[in-house]
Ligand binder design. Sequence first.
Ligand code: DAV
Length: 377
Amino acid sequence: MTPTTVSSWNDFDPLKHVIVGRADHTCIPPAEPCSEAKIPEDSDMRGMWGPRPLETVEKANEQLDALAKLLEDRGIRVDRPTPLQWNQAVHTPDFSTGSMFGCMPPRDVLLTVGKEILLAPMSFRSRYWEYLAYEPLLAKYFEEDPQFRWEQAPRPRLSDESYRAGYFDDITIEERLQRTAALNFVTNEKEILFDAADICRLGKDLFCQHGLTTNRKAMRWLQRHFPDHRVHAVNFPGDPYPIHIDATFVPLRPGLIINNPDRPLPDSQREIFQRNDWEIVDAARSVHNSPPPLCYSSVWLSMNCLVLDHKTVVVEASETRQMEQMDKLGMNVLPIAFRDAYPFGGGIHCATGDVYREGSCEDYFAVQPPGTQVLPD
Ligand code: DAV
């Protein structure tokens, strides 16, 4: 086996080592301020909580195992997290909640930037201890790669003061959209809050989605924490439930990004891409009208793909329109069935976490127009 190297600067350079999540013991956590924000009014998940049915866990694990095998068959090293019994309450001095969530989506928790893996604070109370599932792997990488930087962002308190009270009482979709456009989210600016999946890594530039799970204070913290990077705030006004950037704004290779056509990047924030000759194309629409049952995410998991190198991408097997578009964009598409795994925390990109991609920290955005950059304090 090759010696362990931790290093990844983007989502498209050749992937050599990755973490693939597991569905074991996943729970639907009880309602809490942040999840209330995410779950649509008419969702079948409203009012439900507890462990997910065993047969659905088994089906999700079959698809996760198949993804791991597809990657291994291509010579990519795959590690898996160690699930906890997620059906345990969380108590801290500041809050209590009835259960944890799971470890299907490592992407939400682990932010790999170069030789560092940064554990995100997480904005849901149920996800407070989720990083423990990855601790055995991080401990191993620490022993095997003398340059690996194992980091933890400030742990949040997640008391009621971190959320806007009554934020979602009787709110319509129209009002949600207005608040998204006004950058008015359920999470306030009291403390540093982010999920790792809100950050799109493009070499020297980190593009962070301001939304339900990531606030501006987090971006200021990230800019201080990564002083050699440029941290940018982006937001997507068409999204009533803005959480995680990876079903909205997805880079396929240097110079090319697919953007959710219902959640276009505002013109003022496009300039940095245009000025540096990056193309932003509208993603193809999903073939589905609704997500699978008991799923947090939207049909736009169709674009939540895993890029293996500049010419190869793994896409969900039923998403024929997305696959055709990828093909036209010059990508070789590897289809894999994954919809049984969606309810456990997202799509193919969510279900993975980078450990090692070839390549180095490129400066793709040498021209920096004023606008999106979060300036150092
Ligand atoms: O469109 O529901 C899903 C992102 C999951 N990490 C959406 C976003």
